[in-house]
Design a binder for this molecule. Structure first.
Ligand SMILES: Cc1ncc(COP(=O)(O)O)c(C=O)c1O
Length: 419
């Protein structure tokens, strides 16, 4: 599963320290196998682009090249396209954020923003506090800078503020420098839970009191099935929250358009770091995105996405109930109100990573929970992503997964180690 990082790699000793320990993420390694048509992939977090009005998009790309090729095909500025930043202000207003286009820096997906911010703030040995589990792409971006990620557990209402306080106090007592509190408050990847409104104020206060900057990553906030999400952390404390957005899940990931909304004092430094990385984002894809949100009925498209994903969430959760509802083994799962993911907790004796080859044999793919912990914990858990397969395929995939888990539990019982 490792790519180019084994002891036979002739370059191993020459890599920078932060790169030496990197291994292919479990998700990436899975993609090749999971893409086989006979496998129901509940693994990768791909949006279902069938919900996009393709003819409208084709016409729009054509208009961009007809009307503004001279700028769209040219280099741009490091802060990003001004028209795009204006529409992003409108998009964020949907989530109660009062932003100025001046405080936005566009990035190549929000993944680049995670990398640039870690580069900007983190020295080896610094600490980033994050939910446990946490988005795997953030963990890999952070790992390059040799930070220690300290996880704080989640429950059905998101990150637990009591546990956060204990962790921040302990780190302060140990003299550790905490650079960020990294959180995905809405429809969490991978846990599917949403940070309760009442916890948000408390979290913001705790971060302030401990002089820790919040990194709020919000790709899924507009994909709630039952109305808007609670106020963004950025809306509560604009001066101590860096807010990351992306068009990947509410439009499409292929354009690679994301952004950071930063406290004004951080903006110029972030632009410098962005320019050092890649000069500027793509003017072409930013122009397409700007016109999409300025000219198309994008709220209708997002509504279509929400309906599609709700149906898929229902298929997943119903199939889990049917399969595991009566099981004695104690399998639990989250029931998301939006987004793409369900987090499944298995009896502690099971290891989802060891079980994966059997699942692939049974033609279903998932991501083992340990991928979402910097310390490799979470072994008895897994993430299911329901965004891409049709509801029927989801039901079939979950049925296959239930078969595999049930066999594992039977085996454990036969060995006298079962739950
Ligand atoms: C929580 C979270 N943050 C960031 C990203 C990165 O998204 P992108 O780089 O496509 O904007 C993802 C993608 O799945 C995600 O789930």
């Amino acid at each position: 599963m490792l790519t180019g990082m084994t002891s036979t790699d002739p370059f191993q000793r020459r890599y920078a320290h932060g790169i030496r320990g990197m291994t292919a993420s479990e998700i990436r390694a899975l993609f090749a196998v999971a893409a086989r048509p006979e496998i129901v992939s509940l693994a990768g977090g791909m949006p279902f682009l069938g919900g996009l009005p393709m003819d409208d998009l084709r016409g729009l790309v054509d208009r961009v090249l007809t009307d503004q090729a001279g700028t769209a095909l040219q280099y741009g500025g490091g802060q990003g396209d001004a028209a795009l930043r204006e529409v992003l202000v409108e998009l964020m207003a949907e989530e109660g954020i009062d932003a100025s286009a001046d405080d936005i820096v566009t990035t190549v997906g929000s993944q680049q923003a995670l990398d640039l911010l870690a580069r900007m703030f983190c020295d080896p040995g610094d600490v980033i506090v994050a939910e446990g589990p946490s988005y795997v792409g953030a963990l890999s971006a952070f790992s390059q800078y040799q930070v220690d990620v300290v996880h704080v557990p989640l429950d059905a209402d998101g990150l637990d503020p009591g546990a956060l306080e204990v962790t921040l106090d302990r780190l302060a007592a140990d003299g550790r420098r905490v650079k960020f509190l990294y959180v995905v408050p809405n429809f969490h990847n991978p846990a599917g839970v949403t940070l309760a409104a009442g916890r948000r104020e408390r979290m913001v206060e705790l971060a302030r009191a401990h002089d820790v900057l919040i990194l709020e990553d919000n790709p899924y906030g507009l994909l709630g099935f039952d109305g808007p999400s609670p106020d963004a952390l950025r809306a509560i404390d604009p001066d101590n929250v860096v807010y990351l957005g992306t068009l990947s899940k509410v439009f499409c990931p292929g354009l690679r358009v994301g952004w950071a909304l930063v406290p004004p004092a951080l903006r110029d430094r972030l632009i410098l770091v962005k320019e050092a990385a890649d000069l500027c984002s793509s003017n072409l894809t930013e122009a397409i995105a700007a016109r999409w949100f300025a000219e198309q009925p994008w709220r209708d498209t997002i509504k279509t996405f929400r309906e599609l994903y709700r149906e898929r969430r229902d298929a997943t959760v119903e199939a889990l109930h049917e399969g595991f509802g009566a099981a004695p083994g104690g399998v639990h799962w989250t029931d998301p109100d939006g987004g793409f993911y369900v987090w499944v907790t298995l009896p502690a004796a099971l290891d989802a990573k060891l079980m994966l080859p059997k699942a692939l044999n049974a033609r279903v793919a998932y991501v083992p929970g340990s991928a979402f912990y910097a310390d490799g914990s979470g072994t008895a858990s897994l993430r299911l992503c329901y965004s891409y397969p049709t509801p029927d395929r989801i039901r079939e995939g979950v049925r296959r997964l239930v078969g595999v888990v049930s066999e594992e539990l039977d085996l454990l019982r036969a060995l006298g180690a079962g739950p």
